[in-house]
Design a protein. Structure first.
Length: 386
């Protein structure tokens, strides 16, 4: 099947490897093209203004998210000298980013200095080499207190910003499939060969000194190894996807120090194949799962398939993420970043607010909800008109 898509220049072309099976509206907003090599990782800044991408072309590109709705998409380039980056992550202040070097097997820090309307990038001293296996992900805590690196054996390292290892975690999961830092900056989680997701709290004292890494809770319920997981923006929800053919939504805002376990909110079915990736929208209303080259978007509360896209990229999807404001879903697996409108998120938000409106008791609450519904519907209508 061929689909008609709108390219950044505004013209219409037939695109043989992008197909929507459920489509009355065009949800693909734009293509971001600047890399000359395969893109390996994407990361949105915490202020929502920028998207970072790294590639085996030895560059990191910084894109302005406000340009996603424009015909032209500007980006700034940082060169990774004598190497290339496999992962990239913004610091909380959005003035620094870190990359993991493919050949150097370590972290390199880049500082972003703004001059006029552009940034100047300067690389700083690399961290020492500590991992003995391939690194599968890195992360920076939103608090800025620690950096995480995880390899595909059973090792997770917790670093300070100076490059000193604070703690080593043995996940005991035979082989790590994925690991990340929670958006709140308190937790580190991992999944692997075992049918669970393990979550640890990285603890600091009142004066900011590192204390310990302690087990917080586990997500238990899958019957086979977990391929990946994702947090909502406030870390109160998590989604996981497993080789058992299910994805699950969890409530993780629990009193784990009192031995309270996370609540399983929903179990959905998926029939995809590995390798796969999962993304949870910041508000926890939408789940997206990438399976090889395809993407399926679900309503997180009902499990309904909202959109299904086949052969989004000609290569295996290497990264999938929602932006911090719930507006976009981005994916990559080749030299191009595809930006989708999160139309499913708008529909889920409208449905939620309509239910809340039925239960509202005060005029002020009703007026506020009605305005929010109106604003969300207006945004959704604007997507439909494109």
């Amino acid at each position: 099947m061929w689909a008609i898509v709108s390219w950044p220049c505004g013209c219409l072309r037939t695109q043989p490897y992008f197909t929507s099976l459920i489509i009355d509206v065009l949800v693909l907003e734009c293509f971001l093209q600047a890399h000359s090599g395969s893109i390996t990782c994407l990361d949105f800044s915490s202020n929502g203004k920028y998207l970072a991408s790294c590639s085996d072309d030895r560059t990191v590109r910084i894109w302005s998210t406000k340009d996603f709705l424009e015909k032209e998409h500007r980006c700034m380039r940082a060169n990774v000298d004598l190497d290339h980056a496999t992962h990239v992550r913004f610091s909380p202040d959005c003035r620094t980013f870190i990359v993991f070097l493919a050949n150097g097997d370590t972290i390199r820090v880049f500082k972003m200095t703004k001059k006029d309307d552009a940034f100047i990038f300067s690389a700083h001293e690399d961290f020492p080499i500590r991992h003995k296996a391939i690194v599968i992900n890195i992360g920076i805590a939103e608090t800025g207190k620690f950096i995480m690196t995880a390899s595909n054996d059973t090792t997770i390292l917790i670093w300070n910003r100076k490059g000193d290892v604070l703690a080593t975690i043995n996940t005991n999961q035979v082989a790590n499939a994925y690991a990340s830092v929670s958006p709140c900056g308190r937790f580190v989680a991992s999944c692997g060969f075992t049918p669970d997701v393990k979550v640890w709290e990285v603890c600091f004292g009142k004066s900011g000194e590192f204390r310990e890494v302690s087990r917080a809770f586990e997500l238990k319920g899958h019957s086979a190894g977990v391929c990946g997981f994702a947090f909502s923006n406030d870390s109160s929800r998590m989604a996981s996807v497993s080789k058992d053919g299910t994805w699950k939504l969890w409530k993780t805002d629990v009193e784990y120090k009192k031995q309270q376990d996370p609540y399983l909110l929903f179990t959905g079915k998926w029939s995809g194949k590995e390798p796969c990736r999962i993304a949870l929208s910041p508000d926890g209303r939408t789940v997206a799962i990438a399976s090889v080259c395809d993407i399926t978007v679900y309503n997180a509360q009902t499990g309904a398939v909202e959109e299904e896209f086949k052969s989004v990229h000609p290569a295996v999807i290497s990264d999938l993420a929602f932006d911090i404001n719930n507006r976009f879903l981005v994916s990559t697996g080749d030299r191009v970043i595809r930006v989708f409108h999160n139309s499913a998120g708008y529909r889920a938000a409208i449905a939620d607010m309509k239910e809340m409106l039925k239960k509202a008791n005060t005029k002020g609450t009703k007026d506020r909800l009605q305005q929010q519904i109106k604003d969300a519907q207006k945004a959704l209508d604007a997507i439909y008109k494109q």
